[in-house]
Each structure stands twice: as C-alpha cells, then as structure tokens.
Design a protein around this ligand. Structure first.
Ligand SMILES: NC(=O)c1ccc[n+]([C@@H]2O[C@H](COP(=O)([O-])OP(=O)(O)OC[C@H]3O[C@@H](n4cnc5c(N)ncnc54)[C@H](O)[C@@H]3O)[C@@H](O)[C@H]2O)c1
Length: 358
C-alpha cells in the first residue's frame, strides 16, 4: 500500500533550493508552492526545477489548505516570525538553523508552539551527513564504550557569505549561523551541557565588513557528569582546504574513538582489536552535492525530510525539535556571555534570565 504523501511549501529560495530538490526526488513529498520576496529568485528556481507556480506573498502558503508543512529558509532574523505565522496557520514547520537569531523570541514562540499541537523540526543538517550518520550509528551500537570527550569544529573561509546583505546586519553572527553546527554536534553527544567557557576574537577582516561579533572562537564545555567538549570555529581566514576537515566531530570513548569529517566524506575509526580504519563515502558526493560547488548539500535535506516523515508515521517527534532548539540557543547565549565576561557561564542561568523552563 502506498504511504501518504506530505505536502510542502517552501519560503526562502536561496538555500531553500536544497529542500526543493529533496522534496522533488522524494516518494513521500509533494512540493505544492514556493515563496520568495525576490521575483527573480522565484523565476530562477521555477526554470531550474520546472515547477508551475510561485508566490511573493508568504500568506499564500499559509492560507493554502493543501500545504501541511512549511519549510523556512529565510534570513536568520526572520525565522521567529515565520515559524510563529506557520504554527498559527496550523502548519508543521521545518526550519533551517539557527532556529532563532536570539533567545529573546524563545519564550513567546514556546507558548505559540505549545498551543499549536504541531511539530517544529530544526534542520541541523550536519547530523544528516553521511560520515556523521555512521558515527552516530556506531555510537548507539556501543562501539565507543563510554564517551567522555567530544571535540567538534567548524573551520572555514566563509567570507563569501558576507556578500549577503542580511549577514552584515544586526542579528547575524558567526556563532549562531556557522558555529551552531559544531555546537549542535557536541550537544548531540553531551545533551546535558551545563557550563561553557571560551574566548572569541573579532579580526580586522571581520571589522572591515562592519561585524563586531567574533569570527574566531574556542570553547570548552562541561556536562552534568563532568564530561567535556571542545568546540572551535574560525570563519574569515584563508583555510587549508586540502587538509581542513570543515565540520568535524571526534568522539573518544573507553572502547574506541572515531572522527567524522566533512571534506571528502571521511569517517575514521579505531575500535580495537581492529587497527585504525578510514571509511570513505566519496561515491555519495553527487547525492549530497547536487549543484555547483559544495555550498549547498541537498543530500542532508533529503535525509532529514525522509526522517521527518518516518517520525510522523511512527508517532514520534522529529529531533531536534523546538525545545531542543531552544536549549542549543541557550548554550550559544551562554557562549556569548562567557566571551563578554571572560568567565564560565552556566546554561541554566541563561534559561532563568530568559524565563525559559524546558
Ligand atoms: N547547512 C545548512 O543548514 C544551511 C546552509 C546554508 C544556509 N542555511 C540557512 O538558510 C537561511 C537562508 O540562507 P541563504 O544562504 O539561503 O540566504 P540567501 O540570502 O541566499 O537566501 C534567502 C532568501 O530569502 C528571501 N527572503 C528574504 N526575506 C523574505 C521574506 N520576508 N519572505 C520571503 N522570502 C524572503 C531572499 O529574497 C532570499 O532569496 C539562513 O538561515 C541560513 O542559516 C542553512
């Protein structure tokens, strides 16, 4: 028997391109309509994917009874408003990272979400990349034993991103937009991070673009059991592309160690008695990177929309959900506070400051 199809509307057609591609290649999704305030962008995607219609008005997606899930890929500063409007229109939400650009909107959104009865799934895409999927499976299978140290990083030369107007406006920061990938991976393995400490520096390059929030950051984090994570990010320096892992996640456990990396889709393991092994998934490159270059990675979106439907069918909550998204944002806010104060900051203090009970 054919499984039911989910009906999707997409707002924001830059990175939204990836979920359009994913929905159109999925047996489980129908793309109903797309929206962008820039008509040139709408026409570009219409020609690229050959769909029939588009709208410049978000309300057209929200008022369309055929659509049951809204996918949001607008600039970070607009996510809160667009999520709220979708929930109030009775739609499930898939929202790209960061779910919000500040915790200030979190309390109000939490209330709207609680009364909506709808799912909010945060597209933390790195969880859905091939090496990270294998690492997670090995972790859940117990190959690492007890993991007490996690090292994650996202190091890239992303000055190209600053061509986007909204990246130079209030509400954008490298921490929330880029480093969140590394923070989310650390949190995935140490869900109860309770304290963070780190330094950040804003380079002259960064300042030339008018940005004050740091573009290089180094952190240590501690969970309730005393397990530690080390999280690194740098975004405006020339990078050693041929050896740089991009996003990476290393788990060190009592029985074994592994590292999943972005570049070349590599996964390194050492689970004794075997010697260290490098697993390559390079054959999956065309699946993950469907367009020019590697700045879009549609395969991750394919994996997460299929995961989303699986969860709904089994009556499960697709994760990370809104609550987990808020917890991640509270870690980011604690990181900001630590960089400002030069002292360790407790995540619970941030949650209290914003009157958030998770
Ligand atoms: N790996 C990932 O998960 C990943 C990768 C890249 C970008 N993103 C996220 O996607 C979001 C968009 O980033 P991007 O690189 O596509 O930016 P972008 O500027 O290229 O695209 C944003 C689009 O949103 C449109 N837009 C702006 N305001 C709108 C409104 N009110 N209504 C409808 N459309 C509107 C713009 O016209 C533009 O086409 C960001 O939040 C970013 O963090 C996620």
């Amino acid at each position: 028997m054919n499984k039911p199809k989910y009906k999707l509307g997409v707002i924001g057609l830059g990175e939204g391109r990836s979920i359009i591609s994913a929905a159109m290649q999925s047996e489980r999704w129908d793309l109903v309509n797309v929206c962008d305030i820039n008509e040139e962008m709408c026409k570009l995607r219409k020609d690229e994917f050959g769909f029939q219609r588009y709208t410049l008005n978000y309300m057209d997606l929200l008022n369309d009874p055929e659509i049951d899930v809204i996918a949001i890929y607008t600039p970070d500063q607009l996510h809160g408003r667009h999520i709220q409007m979708a929930l109030e229109a009775g739609k499930h939400v898939i929202v790209t990272k960061p779910m919000l650009h500040s915790l200030e909107e979190a309390s109000g959104l939490l209330q709207v979400w609680k009364s909506s009865g709808k799912h909010v799934f945060v597209g933390q895409s790195s969880r859905f990349f091939e090496p990270m999927i294998h690492q997670r499976n090995d972790f859940l299978a117990g190959y690492h034993g007890e993991v007490d140290t996690v090292e994650t990083s996202y190091i890239s030369d992303s000055r190209w991103f600053l061509q986007k107007d909204w990246s130079r406006q209030r509400g954008f920061s490298w921490l929330y937009n880029f480093m969140i990938h590394a923070v989310d991976l650390a949190k995935w393995y140490l869900p109860e991070i309770e304290e963070v400490f780190g330094y950040g520096h804003s380079s002259n390059t960064n300042k030339e673009y008018g940005l004050t929030a740091p573009d290089s950051m180094r952190f240590v984090m501690k969970d309730k059991e005393g397990r530690i994570a080390q999280v690194s990010g740098s975004y405006t320096k020339p990078s050693l592309q041929h050896i740089e892992p991009g996003i990476s996640c290393t788990l060190r456990g009592t029985k074994g160690t592994s590292r999943a990396v972005y570049s070349n889709l590599l996964y390194h393991t050492h689970f004794p008695p075997e010697q260290p092994v490098t697993h390559t998934f390079e054959e999956k490159f065309p699946y993950y990177f469907r367009f020019e270059g590697t700045s879009h990675h549609a395969g991750e979106y394919q994996n997460y929309i299929e995961y989303f439907t699986d969860c709904l069918e089994h009556g499960e909550t697709p994760k990370p959900d809104l609550m987990e998204g808020i917890h991640t944002l509270s870690i980011l806010t604690a990181m900001e506070r630590s960089m400002e104060s030069g002292t360790p900051v407790k995540v619970n203090d941030v949650l209290s400051e914003f009157c958030l009970e998770l």
